[in-house]
Design a protein around this ligand. Structure first.
Ligand SMILES: NC(=O)c1ccc[n+]([C@@H]2O[C@H](COP(=O)([O-])OP(=O)(O)OC[C@H]3O[C@@H](n4cnc5c(N)ncnc54)[C@H](O)[C@@H]3O)[C@@H](O)[C@H]2O)c1
Ligand SMILES: [Zn+2]
Length: 353
């Protein structure tokens, strides 16, 4: 078991182990000392795999346990599922001493986190991530959100969990494509700040050391979150590949996953950066080889013009400029503000190059 401490408005631990420890219930009680009731939120797939085990561990520690199961998939990250969760919490008489546990991927973590942030003006919650994306990214840092009809993640809150419990063995039941999706975010940390991580994936591909990789990524994310909890400065670097990535996800009607969008986005900005002499000429080729080894795409199927409206709708714009994260070398990136024209020229160079 390794532990990473996240210092934010609420300081908490990310505990990384192979399996959820036998004393999980006691760990929950230590993180939220006054809790008498524990409310577990999970999607149907994750509940059937891991729900009963978690429920038993919590009950074994003397907590009264409630569960709420919703249909898996991004389509559930909406206002009506969210309100349903609030109604369920109130029916269970969960009070401000109690705790909610979000067991699952990023969808469950975002829904559960936003419900915890808003129910009774905020209760404690614990993330128990079961996808690679959730372990290395969404469970850490306190961003929570649901989707609105106008777009993804448009209603949400910053609300830090009280504890994050990663049992890496859960990754063994993930479909291979979902594991690969999460790898796009792992590669992102490699390019941003962690050449050793990049090298490990180059050597091992999808057969990477689960706990070692999760711990590296959580430490990397901790570095950004502790410097900039509310996304005003350093944390923006975590958007590497995301402006184009989000546009591709939306253009595809969300048939292209987030990880695949980010993969193409990172490859494109790196090609464009190399073309301008902003990063070494060999970096795009090396990055593409790694992404392809991880079974991720590196090219967009859509002309840049068809992505423009989605890139312009990105919530990262401030006034007439958007901050684009650009690789400078392996392990270091910078931010270049661009206006609409500059952005389109840059992305065109990346998609063509
Ligand atoms: N809050 C943040 O900082 C943040 C960061 C990145 C992404 N996100 C959000 O995360 C979401 C994507 O997360 P995700 O990819 O984890 O999606 P997800 O939660 O939908 O999980 C993907 C699929 O895998 C299944 N699954 C989960 N764990 C499993 C396991 N161990 N074995 C077998 N199947 C399993 C789920 O049932 C689901 O069908 C998006 O909504 C995105 O906006 C949030
Ligand atoms: Zn992402």
């Amino acid at each position: 078991m390794s532990t990473v401490v996240i210092p934010a408005s609420r300081t908490y631990e990310v505990q990384i182990a192979d399996r959820l420890p036998a004393d999980t219930g006691e760990r929950v009680r230590t993180a939220v000392p006054g809790a008498a009731r524990a409310a577990i939120l999970a999607d149907d797939t994750v509940w059937s795999l891991y729900g009963q085990e978690l429920e038993d561990r919590l009950a074994g520690a003397g907590l009264t346990v409630f569960r709420h199961v919703f249909p898996h998939g991004e389509a559930s990250k909406n206002a009506s599922v969210y309100i349903g969760i609030l109604e369920w919490l109130s029916r269970c008489r969960i009070d401000r001493q109690d705790v909610l546990l979000a067991l699952g991927g990023g969808v469950t973590g975002d829904l559960g986190g936003f419900a915890a942030a808003t129910y009774l003006r905020g209760i404690d919650y614990i993330q128990v991530p079961t996808t690679l994306l959730a372990m290395v990214d969404s469970s850490v840092g306190g961003k929570t959100a649901i989707d609105l009809s106008a777009g993804k993640n448009l209603a949400g809150a910053f609300w830090q969990p009280s504890l994050v419990l990663c049992g890496c063995a859960a990754l063994d039941t993930l479909p291979r494509e979902t594991l690969a999706d999460g790898c796009a975010e792992v590669v992102k940390y490699g390019v941003l700040c962690d050449p050793e991580l990049f090298l490990h994936l180059e050597e091992r591909g999808l057969d990477f050391d689960r706990a070692w990789v999760v711990e590296h990524c959580v430490r990397d994310k901790q570095g950004f979150v502790s410097r900039d909890e509310f996304d005003r400065g350093a944390r923006k670097l975590l958007n590497l590949g995301h402006t184009l990535g989000h546009a591709l996800e939306q253009r595809s009607g969300f048939t292209l996953s987030h990880g695949r969008g980010v993969s193409v986005g990172m490859a494109a900005v790196t090609r464009a950066a190399a073309a301008r002499g902003w990063c070494p000429a060999e970096l795009p080729g090396r990055l593409e080889r790694l992404l392809e080894k991880l079974e991720l795409p590196v090219r967009s199927h859509w002309p840049t013009e068809e992505l423009e409206e989605f890139m312009l709708a990105d919530k990262k714009w401030s006034g007439s400029r958007v901050d684009v994260v650009v690789p400078e070398e392996l392990g270091r990136c910078g931010i270049r503000p661009m206006d609409r024209r500059e952005l389109m020229d840059f992305m065109e160079a990346g998609c063509r190059g």
